[in-house]
Design a protein around this ligand. Structure first.
Ligand code: KIV
Ligand code: ZN
Length: 517
């Protein structure tokens, strides 16, 4: 199956760029590389790894992804400015001829007038200059007329014609604000194909946002109208309401072969579940239970009538089998007597490939947990990997001891001992409940002042002895950072989560505010 096959739909994953723009979804460099490896294994064609000019962290992440991958194309985003494009070329350089520059410029009337203050001819000149500059640095150049779906179709065609002549190989049509409607969006793609000479020699891409819940429908309609690349993110994470969800668009094309006959993607669908869980676990963005394809309830049949039908023939109520998307048959996996071999086997099935040292740490923590909890589920394993492998890379302060007192109607107190290197510090504070008291005492010890923006507690698995996972968002000055904590004691999980956020903040550079050009 070749990428030049006209029936092949290229999957361009932007989880690490647009997805990371979801409030609270920021990932550190190692986490981005881990997601990129998982995406490569999943079989995506292009990974958009970041926006190199936006920050040093983004630049390094794009370079690291370019270095860590071997098959997939690696794209970086750049405004239509020479400095952005040069920086982007530097970032994707380790990918060699797999490197792509994705440059964009808004074209709609509202953006031209209020954001850019530029006339139509200036827009065309700038877009052509950007693509020409990018083509002087790499072969593979993609251009996006931002807010394309709200751009006058005649002007959009003029821009697209000009950038194709300047050497763009992929033209991406973004529905930036999620305004499009499937029939209209398909018509827009057909119109471009009718108006623009040479457009069938390049790849038409679409990039849909989900503000009206139509991103997948719009992408599918565009494919039927001739688009050959779909830009999407795992779990649909992204700016505001998010982007087109990769797992949904891919499975819709696969399941509805009556509508997408002969169309293929390079996606190994059995990896969808593992990749989805990895992104959830790294970003801390919870996945709703009823999420299509990968949600906990996606294949759960509660009603007796459904259960009866599925037992007789799964096709009665299932349009795809759980195995096709990698949902494990049974969630309950291991127990106290399971050995290292069984653990590694299950981790591999879940797409969690760890080196020996990491397996050692996870195995020790697993044994410890198995002493406290009879049954260890997949959710526990994801959480243990998160805690033992990813968590420790950003640890500065470590929790040594925690005592809280809380009686309803009275002020709560927390006494905490933290260690940094070998030095231990103990302090105490009061608060409006034990979590508030913990936040206050950690702030005092670490010399920060955090504002808790979001706090979520979920049971990682079922059962009264389930581990509690706290995911929270904290604003520390200009930095907004997420933290996660895991324990069978939810107060300790809260403490670990807040400390995780404080530790992570030390590695985050404040965001640069870029103008739209
Ligand atoms: O939504 C959008 O328009 C974008 C572009 C940069 C492609 O993300
Ligand atoms: Zn976008």
């Amino acid at each position: 199956m070749s990428q030049d096959d006209p029936q092949r739909i290229l999957i361009f994953d932007t989880t690490l760029r647009d997805g990371e723009q979801s409030p609270g979804a920021s990932m550190n460099l190692d986490e981005k590389v881990e997601v990129a490896r998982s995406l490569e294994q999943l079989g995506v064609d292009v990974i958009e790894a970041g926006f190199p000019i936006a920050s040093q962290g983004d630049f390094e992440a794009v370079r690291a992804v370019a270095e860590a991958t071997s098959r997939v194309r690696v794209a970086g985003l750049a405004r239509s400015l020479e400095k952005d494009i040069v920086r982007c070329a530097e970032a994707v350089a380790p990918a060699g001829d797999r490197g792509r520059i994705h440059t964009f410029l808004a074209t709609s009337a509202i953006h031209r007038e209020f954001k850019l203050n530029k006339a139509k001819d200036e827009i065309i000149r700038q877009a052509v200059a950007a693509v020409t500059c990018a083509r002087s640095l790499v072969e593979d150049v993609e251009f996006s007329p931002e807010d394309a779906s709200r751009t006058e179709p005649e002007f959009l065609a003029e821009v697209v014609q000009a950038v194709i002549e300047a050497g763009a190989r992929t033209i991406n049509i973004p529905d930036t604000v999620g305004y499009a409607y499937p029939d209209d969006f398909a018509h827009l793609i057909s119109e471009l194909r009718r108006r623009v000479a040479g457009i069938d020699d390049i790849v038409i891409s679409v990039h849909c946002h989900d503000d009206l819940g139509l991103s997948v429908a719009n992408s599918l309609a565009a494919v039927r109208a001739g688009a050959r690349q779909v830009e999407c993110t795992i779990n649909g994470i992204g700016e505001r309401a998010g982007n087109c969800a990769l797992e949904e668009v891919v499975m819709a094309m696969r399941v509805r072969q009556d509508l997408f006959s002969g169309y293929t993607t390079g996606i190994v669908s059995e990896h969808l579940y593992g990749c989805s869980r990895l992104v959830t676990s790294i970003t801390g963005l919870p996945l709703q239970r009823n999420k299509a394809i990968v949600g906990d309830n996606a294949f759960a049949h509660e009603s007796g009538i459904h259960q009866h039908g599925v037992l007789k023939n799964p096709g009665c109520y299932e349009i795809m089998t759980p195995a096709t998307v990698g949902v494990p048959k049974t969630d309950m996996v291991l127990g106290k007597h399971s050995g290292r071999h069984a653990l590694v086997g299950r981790l591999t099935e879940l797409g969690l490939e760890l080196d020996d040292a990491a397996v050692d740490r996870v195995f020790t923590a697993f044994k410890d947990l198995a002493d406290r909890k009879k049954e260890i589920y997949d959710g526990d394993l994801f959480a243990l990997v998160e805690q033992q492998v990813r968590g420790r890379e950003v640890s500065l302060w470590r929790l040594v001891a925690l005592t809280t007192t809380a009686t309803s109607g009275h002020v709560a107190t927390a006494t905490v001992t933290l260690a940094k290197n070998d030095e231990e510090v103990t302090d105490a504070a009061t608060g409006d409940g034990p979590v508030d008291a913990i936040v206050n005492v950690i702030d005092r010890i670490c010399g920060v002042s955090g504002v808790l923006l979001d706090y979520r507690l979920r049971a990682v698995t079922r059962g009264r002895d389930a581990q509690g996972e706290v995911s929270l968002q904290v604003a520390l000055g200009e930095i907004r950072v997420g933290g996660k904590g895991l324990s069978t004691d939810v107060i300790e999980a809260s403490c670990l989560a807040y400390l995780d956020a404080v530790n992570r903040a030390a590695f985050v550079t404040p965001p640069t505010v870029l103008d739209g050009v």
